[in-house]
Design a protein around this ligand. Structure first.
Ligand SMILES: [Zn+2]
Length: 350
């Protein structure tokens, strides 16, 4: 872990209904007129039109429009090379792939980046890293937080329900991630940044007050995920957002790439590792319950054997990264949990 000499946090943050229709204003006001627009391929055309219309109304003319199907380093570098010289900012509009690609293009081009997510399925819209594949393997590449974060809560509310549950799963993960961080401090001396840990914990606390898919719940989830990105930036590490539950998710990504939403993998893993950690379990189960998370998981259960293989593989994925999974053989314990815990009933098949 390295400590940054200065931190770079978003200057402009708008989290409210109708924000998409004001995008042009938000881009125009600080002086940008010629952004590159990277858009999720296959996105609802009406949303793209609303974004475009708002830009045009405020005298902002995109210099290029790139549809993104694949979040890869190769696609990002191609888009960077093709950027017209007069490009003065980069806007990512849509889902995770477009946003991660746009974030990295902006980072390569040293241009301000505007993140405009249309769903809140994970914390990537405001994290300092860009999740891209490199030669086919998923990596988190060092990047920068956005200059602007524009979340239209009404648009995010109309996104498919599993995406909302994925975002909730990625948020509760912060409880086990922070605990793993503290275990790592005691086991190997990994330094803990108290403010980042506190901020990460506080964001989950806030969301716990209203984990429902209504305007207030959407606003709280967006704010919480955003502030987690700031927590990562403060300490120069992903520790406040990502621990053993993310290792299991990464292992699943290797075993069954693209099969499940990130936050659904992470949310279930969070519950499981909280039991291994012996902390936070009730709190996590409570939030996931009230959000209706388990129904989405049960609608498309995980394969038990694959999941246990992921638990076995998880601790090997990162060197120098102590978590509760580093503390002894856990697979048998987890197998028993999957078989017996009533909370997980129906979440696994096979
Ligand atoms: Zn995550």
């Amino acid at each position: 872990m390295s400590l940054p000499s200065s931190i770079d946090v978003p200057t402009l943050v708008r989290i409210k209904p109708g924000a998409l229709d004001r995008l042009g204003l938000y881009v125009h006001r600080p002086g940008f007129r010629a952004p590159a627009l990277l858009i999720s391929a296959g996105m609802v055309p009406e949303l793209i039109d609303r974004g475009r219309r708002s830009l045009v109304e405020h005298d902002v003319t995109p210099v290029t429009e790139v549809p993104v199907t694949d979040a890869s380093l190769e696609v990002a570098t191609d888009a960077f090379v093709a950027l017209p010289a007069r490009c003065d900012a980069v806007i990512g509009l849509g889902g995770g792939k477009a946003l991660d690609t746009a974030k990295y293009v902006a980072f390569l081009a040293r241009k301000p980046y505007f993140a405009v997510p249309t769903s809140l399925s994970n914390d990537g819209f405001s994290s300092p890293g860009a999740s891209l594949t490199v030669a086919g393997r998923r990596r988190s590449l060092p990047s920068r937080l956005p200059y602007g974060v524009v979340v239209d809560t009404a648009v995010c509310r109309s996104a498919p329900l599993p995406l909302w549950h994925s975002g909730v799963g990625d948020l509760v993960a912060k409880i086990t991630a922070v605990h793993d961080w503290k275990l790592a401090f005691h086991a190997t001396g990994t330094p803990v940044n108290d403010l980042a840990a506190l901020l990460s914990d506080a964001t989950v606390m806030q969301f716990t007050a209203a984990p429902t898919r209504d305007p207030e719940g959407i606003r709280l989830l967006a704010t919480a995920l955003l502030l987690n990105g700031i927590a990562m930036e403060i300490c120069g590490s992903s520790r406040p957002a990502s621990g053993s539950e993310h290792l299991i998710s990464h292992a699943l990504d290797e075993l069954v790439p693209g099969r499940y939403l990130h936050g659904l993998q992470v949310g279930v893993a969070t519950y499981v590792v909280s039991r291994l950690q012996g902390q936070g379990t009730q709190r996590i189960a409570g939030v996931l319950d009230r959000a209706g998370f388990w129904d989405t998981v049960r609608a498309d259960p995980f394969d038990r054997a694959t999941w246990l293989a992921a638990v076995a593989r998880a601790p090997e994925l990162k060197t120098d990264f102590h978590t509760v999974l580093s503390e002894g053989e856990r697979v048998d314990e987890v197998a028993a949990m999957l078989a017996e815990d009533p909370v997980l009933d129906g979440c696994f098949r096979g």
